[in-house]
Design a protein. Structure first.
Ligand SMILES: Nc1ncnc2c1ncn2[C@@H]1O[C@H](COP(=O)(O)OP(=O)(O)OP(=O)(O)O)[C@@H](O)[C@H]1O
Length: 274
């Protein structure tokens, strides 16, 4: 397989796969116009496994996107550290890919070209034929074959988000960072895309951190739900382990008593901090 020969990691294997990503005593403050600093994240400690799907929930402004940006290497902690496979994250890297709520597609490129761009940037050693076949495979994976030669402004929101997801997945990142990936979609499209992303993840396991405001989405998709306290000085208030095996079926989950207990726990937490 193409990936195994050209895209293997050269990072240290001297770490435990349950400690794939380690966030230690992370503090992030931002300067204010009056010269003072506001502490946004105040001592975050979290360890994520190499195949774990994590959701982060918390009220608006508590610092979820800031945390994701630091893991992506787009911002730096004020103190504390984030390591991936034992190495400190200092800048963006191809092993961590972001999916944004706002799609972030290049409007002058077609679906196929937007996805191909990621391949050209990351998989430099692949041949032309390998690249074409990978792009086609990923376009099919997110059901966009019929729209492959369309431009972003000819696509619906759900289709644009599928392009963003295919573009993030195609380089087989070790970690997928998703900032409210389904937030802008209508309810039906959202459900379809959640199921599609979950199925892809179930088949190609990797570490995922997904920010969401939707408790049902978090329970359906993730292994653990990180509940943040309100900002400023936000911390991890509670971590809920979701005990359901994968692959998951939404209807049968929602028929279980456990589902409603988890849901209540998360909603009670959010209400307490509202
Ligand atoms: N570059 C920056 N400079 C100053 N303050 C910032 C900066 N980036 C974020 N903040 C502040 O940090 C806080 C956390 O922002 P962040 O976007 O991480 O929150 P969030 O939990 O993702 O919010 P939402 O759910 O509304 O997207 C906010 O008060 C925001 O104004």
């Amino acid at each position: 397989m193409f990936y195994s020969s050209t895209f293997t990691s050269n990072t240290s294997t001297n770490y435990n796969s349950e400690e794939f990503l380690v966030i230690e005593n992370l503090v992030k403050s931002f300067p204010q116009p009056d010269g003072s600093r506001t502490v946004i994240l105040d001592g975050i400690n979290l360890t994520i496994g190499a195949e774990e799907y994590i959701s982060v929930i918390g009220h608006s402004g508590c610092g979820k996107s800031t945390l994701l940006r630091i893991i992506a290497g787009l911002d730096k902690p004020t103190s504390g550290m984030v390591t991936l496979e034992g190495k400190e994250i200092r800048k963006p890297g191809a092993e961590r890919m972001m999916v944004f709520q706002s799609y972030a597609l290049l409007p002058w490129l077609t679906v196929r070209e937007n996805i191909r761009l990621a391949v050209d940037e990351v998989l430099k050693k692949a041949t032309r034929a390998e690249k074409v076949s990978l792009v086609n495979e990923h376009i099919a994976m997110v059901n966009l074959t019929a729209a492959a030669d369309k431009y972003p402004d000819e696509l619906s929101g759900g289709m644009k988000q599928r392009v963003g997801i295919a573009r993030a997945l195609i380089t087989r990142p070790k970690m997928l960072l998703m900032d409210e990936p389904f937030g802008a979609l209508d309810a039906l499209t959202k459900r379809k895309l959640q199921a599609q992303v979950l199925e892809i993840w179930e088949n190609h396991r990797q570490a995922v951190m997904m920010i969401t405001h939707d408790v049902d989405e978090a329970i359906y998709m993730s292994d653990r739900i990180i509940l943040m306290t309100n900002g400023p000085e936000a911390k991890i208030g509670e971590i809920i382990t979701v005990p359901f095996d994968h692959p998951r079926d939404r209807a049968s989950l929602q028929n279980s008593q456990e589902y409603y207990e988890i849901r209540k726990k998360a909603l009670d937490f959010l209400e307490h901090y509202s």
